[in-house]
Unconditional design. Structure first.
Length: 318
């Protein structure tokens, strides 16, 4: 009797825990990474960060509940200045695919981004040089493994966004993979953040790099994250272990913040981004700003050691 009661209690706990999680997921549609410089559509995807820019998996059985057989991955970047959405699709490279998956480019129109039945870009726009534009992605052996594309798309909320890829499966079967139900919500939100940022700077502070930022207001603000990379295209590393809490959440008055990057190496130029997070999970990305600790200089005896002048880079956020 006790075992039955214990089992029933555990099932009830699981159900109660699952309900809030599903509500949070439904209320917070995914967004792309917001950038100020879009990738070049050339099939070379070093400008992409496969962790930071991930948007959705692509499923063979996209109409099942739940879907299964992840066969590809979708990554998105969006530039609010030009209203251009860029996508990267790569086939799944998990070791259990034997033989490995690869892109089926015999039907270019089967590779596309769409809003419902309206195709935004597909393989017939290959290497067009203008929007919309697409390029195949090849591996080191010249095998097609995905595609890269950019298309003009206005800011807004789209409830029927889809990405489709056609891949060779089991060596001799070509199948389609897409987002769940071939329609997910895509939110493109520009100019609406919880934080009005006045400035964001990076400067040398002794053996470290100090990041300073100042806000004008922090309405519905929760906190900040800081990211660092050795190039403008990433990959990005988060510097703070926990969210940096806002000083004045919900206030029309701003605050002043600083963070000391003690892991910076000498002789390396670093790129820094500041991400603000609001109470609803929305984020805004600012930057990059750059700074570099000068490398050590070997000084001959009898000669004065050159001073290490501070380097200060300031980016004013309008």
């Amino acid at each position: 009797m006790r075992s039955r009661l214990y089992l029933a209690l555990m099932i009830l706990i699981v159900i109660l825990l699952a309900v809030p999680a599903s509500l949070v997921t439904a209320a917070d549609p995914p967004e792309p990474t917001y950038v100020e410089e879009l990738p070049v559509v050339d099939g070379e995807y070093s400008e992409w960060d496969l962790d930071f820019d991930f948007f959705s998996d692509l499923y063979k059985h996209f109409d099942r509940e739940p879907p299964d057989f992840i066969m590809g991955h979708l990554y998105l970047q969006y530039d609010c200045g030009s209203n251009v959405l860029c996508a990267l699709v790569l086939v799944d490279v998990a070791p259990y695919w034997d033989p490995p998956l690869w892109l089926d480019i015999t039907n270019p129109a089967a590779q596309f981004l769409s809003l419902g039945t309206d195709v935004l870009v597909d393989g017939t726009d290959l290497n067009s040089g203008t929007l919309p534009n697409m390029a195949w992605v090849y591996d080191d052996q010249g095998v097609p493994m995905g595609w890269e594309a950019c298309v003009a798309l206005e800011e807004g909320t789209y409830n029927n966004f889809n990405a489709q890829v056609q891949v060779w499966f089991s060596g001799d079967e070509s199948v389609l993979a897409a987002v769940v139900d071939q329609a997910v919500t895509l939110e493109l939100i520009c100019g609406i953040t919880a934080v009005d940022l006045a400035s964001f700077t990076a400067e040398v502070a002794g053996p470290a790099i100090q990041l300073d930022w100042q806000t004008v207001s922090e309405v519905d603000h929760l906190g900040f994250n800081l990211y660092r990379a050795e190039s403008a295209g990433g990959p990005y590393t988060r510097l703070n272990a926990d969210l940096i809490p806002g000083q004045l959440p919900g206030s029309p008055i701003g605050g002043t913040y600083n963070f000391l990057d003690t892991t910076a190496l000498r002789g390396v130029t670093y790129y820094y981004w500041l991400e603000d997070v609001d109470l609803y999970g929305n984020t805004g990305l600012h930057g990059p700003v750059t700074a570099s600790l000068k490398a050590y200089v070997n000084v001959l005896p009898g000669r004065p050691r050159p001073a290490l002048a501070p380097v200060r880079v300031v980016q004013q956020i309008n």
